[in-house]
Write a protein that binds this ligand. Sequence first.
Ligand code: MN3
Length: 209
Amino acid sequence: MHNLSKLTYSYDSLEPYIDAQTMEIHHSKHHQAYIDKYNAAVSGSGFELRRVYEVLADLNNVPDDIKSAVRNNGGGHLNHSLFWKTIAPKGSNTPSGELNAAINQYFGDLDAFKSTFDTAATTRFGSGWAWLSVDSNGQLLVTSTPNQDSPVLEGLLPILGLDVWEHAYYLNYQNRRPDYIAAFWQVVNWDVVDKLYVKAIQSDSSYLV
Ligand code: MN3
């Protein structure tokens, strides 16, 4: 039985970048619904007590009759849990330490990385996510996924993700996804992302649900 974790900050504390009503509906309704549907899908399957990460990383061994429900709703739970963790009311402005060095190595500099990520988020057609992940060789890469597909399905460990479903921004930004993406950078908690990077390069997935 999986449960919704409380946020470590209040729904209104990301204003004006992400508005309180969006945060409340997104967390208490959308995320809760993914958890409820995931719990219902895995009930009686033997997967109830396993981490969502483990189940998604081994999706081929999930029975066909629940596979798409597990993929969509387990992905929804894992993706949103990471999302809430990596944003904060007063985000630290820049990555530091090992992550900063890796971003410079793989993308050139922070602005070039953001530009790559922005493109992934802007060009994702319909609903989905943009991601910064670590692959099995420890390399950093930017990808995007449709729907609630998680990078863990591809063997990646995501350390930063941006939800570009309309439910994540429509109340405040309507059709202006690029404005929402720009606002996201104001609330990224790089202190957390730095720590997740150090775990991910050691293949430590324990920070994912
Ligand atoms: Mn969402």
